[in-house]
Design a protein around this ligand. Structure first.
Ligand SMILES: CSC[C@H]1O[C@H](OP(=O)(O)O)[C@H](O)[C@@H]1O
Ligand SMILES: Nc1ncnc2[nH]cnc12
Length: 316
């Protein structure tokens, strides 16, 4: 584990594989109990000295498909660097006319359409049982802090791109896109956006007690519009290039303001919103819990599992 604390982790999705204009301090590739992350993580310093970490979800050169992203290793690796909060980027399809390609969105809800092939819990395959609270899958304080910054950056860019908040993102398995019937059904269910990445990432961040927010960039209208061709990867990649330039601008705005906000308006509280959140989610210690599993879980939740005896969690 690294000695130095890194405050914020950024996960870049399709089209966002690196950050510009930051002072790179080092690159790390931690071996977590769940393997290595998707790619080596770049640790950079802001002019204020605050450190951030950047991880490319699909690897450098986009070599990892959505169902094979090592999300447990990604979240565990970021946690091991001391990260308190994760700002994750994703290219999404739009399920709403008003969210035109090029628009940005910060969702507040998720509908799970993954198929169970992804390992979606750190507690899976262990002798410790836990049920994380997930009714509000994104950290409200973090999204509340981010939204005005993203909006301001989009305004300053002057390309007329809008930000939508409080939206519902459907996470599908992929890698093939949805059928027209599925796309129409997701709209009826209340879905506004669709991607293949937010799960299990958001669940794992919650289990690791990390604040988590998703910044979506709409690339296409998926396949629900009867008058339009169904989405292709080519459509997505055409919009991605422009979107990622905007995403970099948005991110630099967020990071520029970070130090001032840390001092002025208690943003630290937003970043630390989830700390302690697993206290009532982990089943109390029992003799059936294997020490090796507790040691493994100590990597992400040292407060409950580290030390010779480990700590008992709250009694239920
Ligand atoms: C490239 S098309 C589909 C692909 O794009 C999105 O990736 P990410 O969320 O990492 O930006 C989507 O979730 C799919 O994985
Ligand atoms: N239409 C779509 N469906 C799923 N993931 C996407 N990522 C970008 N566009 C998408």
């Amino acid at each position: 584990m690294s000695e130095e604390k890194v405050l914020i982790g950024i996960i870049g999705g399709s089209g966002l594989y690196a950050l510009d204009n930051l002072t790179v301090l080092r690159t790390v590739n931690p071996l977590t109990p769940w393997g290595h992350p998707s790619a080596p993580i770049t640790i950079a310093s802001l002019p204020s000295g605050t450190q951030i970490a950047f991880l490319a979800r699909h690897g450098h050169g986009h070599t990892i498909p959505p169902s094979s992203v090592p999300s447990r290793a990604n979240i565990a690796a970021l946690k091991s660097l001391g990260v308190a909060a994760i700002i994750s980027f994703s290219a999404v399809g739009s399920l709403r006319e008003e969210i035109s390609p090029g628009s940005f969105a910060i969702p507040s809800q998720i509908i799970d359409r993954t198929k169970g092939v992804r390992k979606s819990s750190f507690f899976e395959d262990t002798s410790v049982v836990a049920h994380a609270m997930f009714g509000d899958p994104f950290s409200s304080k973090l999204t509340g802090w981010l939204a005005p910054k993203v909006e301001k950056a989009l305004e300053e860019e002057g390309k007329g791109k809008k930000l939508f908040t409080d939206k519902t993102v459907v996470c599908m398995e992929g890698p093939a896109f949805s059928t027209r019937a599925e796309s129409v059904m997701y709209r009826q269910w209340g879905g506004d956006l669709i991607n293949m990445s937010v799960l299990p990432e958001a669940k794992l961040a919650r289990e690791a007690e990390l604040s988590y927010a998703l910044i979506c960039m709409a690339t296409d209208y998926d396949s629900w519009r009867p008058q339009s061709d169904a989405v292709t990867a080519h459509d997505v990649f055409q919009v991605l290039h422009d979107n990622s330039a905007t995403a970099k601008l948005v991110l630099s705005k967020i990071l520029d303001d970070l130090q001032a906000d840390l001092i002025a308006d208690g943003v630290k509280e937003s970043l630390l919103q989830e700390v302690g959140g697993m206290k009532f989610s982990i089943m109390p210690r029992s003799v059936k819990q294997k020490q090796e599993d507790r040691d493994k879980l100590a990597y992400i939740l040292p407060a409950y599992f580290s030390g010779e005896e480990g700590h008992d969690v709250a009694t239920h």
